[in-house]
Design a binder for this molecule. Structure first.
Ligand code: SF4
Length: 292
C-alpha cells in the first residue's frame, strides 16, 4: 500500500474547493473579455473577483461545495478499502476546516451528519494501470448543476428527435434551455451518447475530466461540440440567466456502445464553479505534482 498522507488529501480537497483549475479559469477570463452585454460582463466580473478573493483567503469559491467525485488511477498494489477509509477521513477533516460544507443528510429525516459522511457517501472510480505512481482526481459537483442534468431516450416525438446526431443536438439544446441559469451559468456540459441509464450519467460526468480546450478525437463529435457551443451562446440565456452571449463555455461529448433497443443521451451539467483538481503521488506516496 502506498503511504499517501491524509494531510496531502486534505490539501487536494482544499485546493479543489478554493481554486478553479487553470483551463477553466482561462475560459472564464476569455468569456469576460469577449462579452459585450453590460449585465453579463458585470456578472462575469463578479465571478472572477470572487475567485480571486476565495483563492487568497483559502475559502470555498461557492457555498455549495457539492458532492465529491473521486477518480483513482493506481498500480496493482493499492489497497482500495484502506484508501477509501483514508480518503473519507480526509473528507471529514476538510469539512471541519470549512473547505467543504456539510452536505450529507439522511434522506428520510434530513438530519445532517455534519461530517459529509453517512450511508452511501463516497463516490469512487478506481482504474488499475502499470505506471509507478497514483493519480487522484476529484471533482466537486454542486446540487444546482446536478439538479439540471437530464437524460433523454431517442427517438423522441416531443423533441422531433431521431436516433442520430441531429437528434442528440436537440436533446442537448433542450437540456440547456431547461437549465436556464438555474445551474449557475456559464455552464459546461458532459454528454454521453449510448450506454444504459446508470452508465450514461457516470460516463457523461467523466467528460468533465477533459480539459476545456481539449479537442475531440472523433471528427463528427468535435464538429457537434463546436456547433452546440455556437448555438448555445446565441440563446441569450447568459451568465446566471441574465442575458448575454456567454451561456455555455464548453461541451464534451462521447459515445459508448448501447443495447440496440435503447438510445440514451445523457447530459451532465457543470456550473461555472467547475471544481476539479488532481494530485500525483510517487510509489512511496510522496506528492509529485498537480494534474490540472
Ligand atoms: S450551481 Fe454551482 S455556482 Fe451555483 S450554487 Fe451550485 S455549486 Fe454554486
Amino acid at each position: 500500500m502506498l503511504k499517501i498522507s491524509q494531510s496531502d488529501l486534505v490539501e487536494l480537497i482544499r485546493k479543489t474547493s478554493c481554486e478553479l483549475p487553470q483551463d477553466v479559469l482561462k475560459t472564464l477570463q476569455a468569456a469576460h473579455r469577449r462579452e459585450t452585454a453590460k449585465r453579463a460582463k458585470f456578472v462575469l466580473e463578479q465571478i472572477l473577483r470572487n475567485l480571486r478573493m476565495a483563492e487568497k483567503i483559502e475559502q470555498p469559491i461557492c457555498q455549495d461545495t457539492g458532492v465529491i467525485h473521486t477518480y483513482v488511477y493506481h498500480p496493482k498494489d493499492l489497497d482500495l478499502e484502506k484508501f477509501r477509509k483514508l480518503f473519507l477521513g480526509a473528507v471529514k477533516k476538510a469539512t471541519q476546516k470549512g473547505y467543504l460544507r456539510p452536505n450529507s443528510v439522511d434522506s428520510l429525516t434530513s438530519a445532517n451528519s455534519n461530517t459529509n459522511i453517512g450511508p452511501g457517501t463516497g463516490k469512487f472510480e478506481f482504474k488499475t494501470w502499470n505506471k509507478p505512481y497514483v493519480d487522484i482526481v476529484i471533482m466537486l459537483k454542486g446540487s444546482g448543476s446536478e439538479n439540471v442534468s437530464r437524460q433523454y431516450k431517442l427517438p423522441s416525438a416531443s423533441l422531433q428527435a431521431d436516433r442520430d446526431l441531429a437528434g442528440v443536438e436537440r436533446c442537448i439544446l433542450d437540456a440547456l434551455v431547461h437549465a436556464q441559469g438555474r445551474g449557475c451559468s456559464p455552464g459546461f456540459l458532459g454528454v454521453c451518447i449510448g450506454g444504459d441509464r446508470e452508465k450514461g450519467y457516470r460516463v457523461s460526468k467523466r467528460q468533465f475530466l477533459r480539459k476545456v480546450q481539449d479537442k475531440n478525437k472523433i471528427k463528427e463529435l468535435a464538429k457537434l461540440e463546436d456547433q452546440i457551443l455556437k448555438k448555445a451562446n446565441q440563446l441569450n440565456i447568459g451568465p446566471m440567466g441574465l442575458g448575454g452571449k456567454t451561456t455555455l463555455s464548453g461541451v464534451k461529448i462521447t459515445a459508448i456502445n448501447r443495447h440496440p433497443g435503447s438510445y440514451f443521451v445523457t447530459i451532465s451539467y457543470m456550473c461555472w464553479a467547475y471544481r476539479r483538481q488532481g494530485a500525483r503521488f510517487d510509489k512511496d506516496g510522496k506528492f509529485m505534482k498537480w494534474i490540472y
